[in-house]
Ligand binder design. Structure first.
Ligand code: FEO
Length: 394
C-alpha cells in the first residue's frame, strides 16, 4: 500500500496521520473537520530525528510511514516539542522499538515525559533556548516557548532548511488539505484554534512571535492541520490576535427557556446592528463552542442572555460564561440580560464570575417573565450606552 508521506523540504518528511472522524478534543472542543497529528522525520547525514509523534492508537501507522523512508530503528532523536498525548502519545512505542533513540525535551518536558510516558532519565537529552543538535548537515535549534500552551513547550527550528516546527502554535484542527493554500477556511480555522488554545496565553505568544520574527522561515510545520508554505500570512494573523486588538464587534451568546430572554436579546441586537456594530449571535443550546471561541478573539463586547434556573444561571449559560472567563478574551465591555419565572439570581452569578476579569459590565437587566414595553425601553438605553463604548473605543 502506498502511504501518504510528503517531503515538505529537502530531507524533511511529513509522517503524520489524519484523524478524520474525531469529533471532540479534550472532552470540550468540537472538531467538525477532524484533525491531524503531524509528525516529521528529518534525515541527516549522521543521524535521523523525529519531531513529535501521534495520538495513541496511531503508532503502527506512524512507524510504517517512517519505515517507508528510513529504517525505523535508525532514529537517533525523538524531539518532544510538547508533552500532550495527541503528540507525545506515541513516545512509549517509538522508544520501545528504537534501541538508540534519545528523547529531546526541555527540563519541564523531561519531567512530563517521565510522568506520562515512563521514559527513563538516561534516555532523555534536556535542551534549553538556542541549544543545537547536529544531525549532519541539518541542525536542530531549540526555542523556549513555555506556556504555549503547556509549561514544557518548545519550538524546533531546522536551520539549513528554514523550517519551523512549533507544535500546537500556528496549528488548526482539520484533516482536510495538506498545504495551507489547499484549505479554503484557513483564516477561520486558524482563528478558532487560536481562540480555543492560545488566547489565554497571549503575552507568551507575543514573546514567541518576537523570537520568530528574527528567523528566516520558508515553511511552518505545525502539529495539527496544514503545513504552511506561505508562513508570513500565519505570522501576521498571530501578530494581530496576540495583541488583543478588538473590532467594532459584539459577541451575543444566549439561552432561553420560554423566549423571554430571547426577546430581550432581540432588542439589544437590533440596536447594536443599527449602529453598524458587527454582531455575532449564538444560541448556546445549538451552537458550536469553537465558533464562539473564534469570535471571542476580536470582539469588543460580550452580551450574555440567560434566564435564572433554580436561583442561578441556566446551567449551559454557566458553562459558557466559565469557559469565556477561562479563555481570557480581550473584550472590554459586557451586558447581561435575564428573565426569571419566580426569583432571580442569574445576573448576580454572571457578574460574580466576570468580576475578576478586566471586562466592564456596562449594565445588567433582570426581569420577571416576558419583557414589557418599559423593559424594552431599558434594554434600548443599555444598548445605546454599549454601542457608544464599542464605537468610540479602539
Ligand atoms: Fe495538540 Fe496541546 O496538543
Amino acid at each position: 500500500m502506498k502511504l501518504d508521506v510528503r517531503e515538505i523540504s529537502g530531507g524533511v518528511y511529513w509522517v503524520g496521520v489524519k484523524d478524520w472522524w474525531r469529533r471532540l478534543f479534550d472532552a470540550l472542543i468540537p472538531l467538525p473537520y477532524g484533525t491531524s497529528y503531524n509528525a516529521y522525520l528529518i534525515r541527516g547525514g549522521k543521524n535521523n530525528a523525529l519531531i513529535d509523534t501521534v495520538n495513541p492508537g496511531f503508532e503502527d501507522h506512524l512507524a510504517a510511514k517512517i519505515q517507508s523512508v528510513v529504517d525505523f530503528d535508525s532514529i537517533a532523536y525523538v524531539v518532544m516539542n510538547h508533552a500532550e498525548p495527541d503528540h507525545g502519545g506515541g513516545i512509549p512505542y517509538v522508544m520501545r522499538y528504537t534501541k538508540k533513540a534519545k528523547l529531546v525535551a526541555t527540563e519541564k518536558g523531561a519531567k512530563a515525559a517521565q510522568v506520562y510516558y515512563g521514559v527513563p532519565s538516561e534516555r532523555i537529552v534536556i535542551v534549553k533556548e538556542s541549544d543545537t543538535i547536529d544531525l549532519g548537515g541539518k541542525t536542530l535549534r531549540f526555542i523556549d516557548a513555555s506556556w504555549l500552551h503547556w509549561p514544557e513547550t518548545m519550538f524546533t527550528y531546522l536551520v539549513e532548511n528554514k523550517v519551523l516546527f512549533p507544535c500546537d502554535f500556528f496549528g488548526m484542527h482539520t484533516a482536510f488539505g495538506f498545504w495551507d493554500d489547499e484549505v479554503d477556511q484557513l483564516p477561520s480555522l486558524a482563528k478558532r484554534y487560536f481562540g480555543e488554545i492560545m488566547m489565554p496565553f497571549r503575552k507568551m505568544a507575543q514573546k514567541a512571535i518576537e523570537k520568530i520574527e528574527k528567523l528566516e522561515i520558508d515553511v511552518i510545520a505545525p502539529s495539527h492541520g496544514p503545513v504552511h508554505r506561505h508562513p508570513r500570512k500565519m505570522i501576521e494573523y498571530y501578530e494581530k490576535w496576540t495583541t488583543g486588538r478588538t473590532e467594532k464587534k459584539a459577541l451575543v451568546v444566549y439561552t432561553t427557556m420560554w423566549n423571554s430572554t430571547a426577546a430581550m436579546v432581540d432588542t439589544i441586537v437590533e440596536v447594536l446592528q443599527a449602529h453598524g456594530i458587527d454582531v455575532r449571535l449564538y444560541n448556546i443550546a445549538n451552537s458550536d463552542i469553537g465558533n464562539i471561541a473564534e469570535d471571542l478573539v476580536d470582539s469588543r463586547a460580550i452580551v450574555l442572555g440567560a434566564p435564572t434556573v433554580l436561583g442561578g444561571l441556566h446551567p449551559i449559560a454557566l458553562y459558557v460564561v466559565s469557559l469565556m472567563k477561562a479563555l481570557k478574551p480581550p473584550a472590554k465591555y459586557a451586558a447581561i440580560l435575564s428573565s426569571y419565572g419566580w426569583g432571580g439570581g442569574a445576573v448576580k452569578q454572571a457578574a460574580e464570575i466576570l468580576e475578576p476579569t478586566k471586562i466592564e459590565v456596562v449594565g445588567a437587566i433582570e426581569i420577571n417573565g416576558p419583557p414589557t414595553a418599559a423593559d424594552h425601553e431599558k434594554i434600548v438605553q443599555l444598548a445605546e450606552e454599549l454601542s457608544k463604548k464599542i464605537m468610540s473605543d479602539q
